[in-house]
Design a protein around this ligand. Structure first.
Ligand SMILES: N[C@@H](CCC(=O)N[C@@H](CS)C(=O)NCC(=O)O)C(=O)O
Length: 235
């Protein structure tokens, strides 16, 4: 089981019985939850930039949240990053923050056309998720299908690699945690295969699954889909 041997040893989950790690002691901490797709974005970015030794993970139990977490980050959501005596959240903002404030391979492109496309795709991520979610909750499939078709088109925009911008970037990070969950959920609940007739999407998922930075953040898929069904679909 070579894959398991490479797995980062993850800290225990902090719940309502756990002592708060000392705030603003100079340690950089990523408050996260292993099953949260938004938090997974920041986790992938941390790994890709090689910041495993610089950014400590603090996994929070979402079902039994420590009361002190609200003092750390008042919206009490994950992800949040403690760095330089402040705590900031919002996963897409954190991708930019990590890129601007830490070393490692860049997540945002310099090329103006790619940069503009990045902004468009990051702005689209919420709409994409919303379209799929609505269908999972019972809306007709039209918008969900259009949303995946838009992803397939977007993956054809720059022809120099399997990723949205050719090279791996913040755009891949923004979408993959959601696609990872939607793919099995749509198959199970709607008998819909997102990769059928979408070769670019299929290749994109395959390439991402070869990346250590992402693989390290993958959680048991049954646990993810059960958590999603319970929290989002109320099933
Ligand atoms: N817009 C936020 C959304 C973060 C979010 O909703 N996280 C969820 C978990 S997936 C959360 O912390 N919810 C609060 C709770 O469950 O108590 C982001 O992009 O970071």
């Amino acid at each position: 089981m070579a894959e398991l041997d490479n797995r980062e040893v993850l800290p225990s989950i902090f719940d309502s019985t756990s002592t708060q790690p000392p705030l603003f002691d100079g340690t950089t901490r990523l408050y996260t939850a292993f099953t949260c797709p938004y938090a997974q974005r920041a986790w992938i970015a941390r790994n890709y930039k090689g910041l495993q030794n610089k950014i400590q993970l603090v996994p929070i139990s979402l079902d039994d949240k420590p009361t002190w977490y609200k003092e750390v980050y008042p919206p009490a959501k994950v992800p949040a990053l403690e760095h330089n005596n402040k705590v900031t959240g919002e996963s897409l903002d954190l991708l930019k923050y990590l890129d601007e404030n830490f070393e490692g391979p860049r997540l945002f492109p310099d090329d103006p056309a790619k940069n503009e496309f990045t902004e468009q795709m990051l702005a689209y991520a919420g709409t994409f998720g919303g379209a799929v979610l609505s269908h999972l909750k019972g809306a007709p499939d039209t918008e969900m299908i259009a949303a995946f078709d838009q992803i397939e088109d977007a993956l054809s925009k720059f022809g120099d690699g399997p990723f949205f911008l050719g090279q791996f970037s913040a755009v891949d990070i923004a979408f993959i945690p959601f696609v990872e969950r939607f793919q099995p959920l749509l198959l199970e609940l709607k008998n819909y295969d997102i990769t059928s007739g979408r070769p670019k999407l299929a290749a994109w998922i395959e390439e991402l699954n070869k990346m250590e930075a992402y693989k390290q953040t993958k959680w048991d898929i049954n646990e993810l889909t059960s958590a999603f069904k319970k929290r989002v679909l109320g099933k």
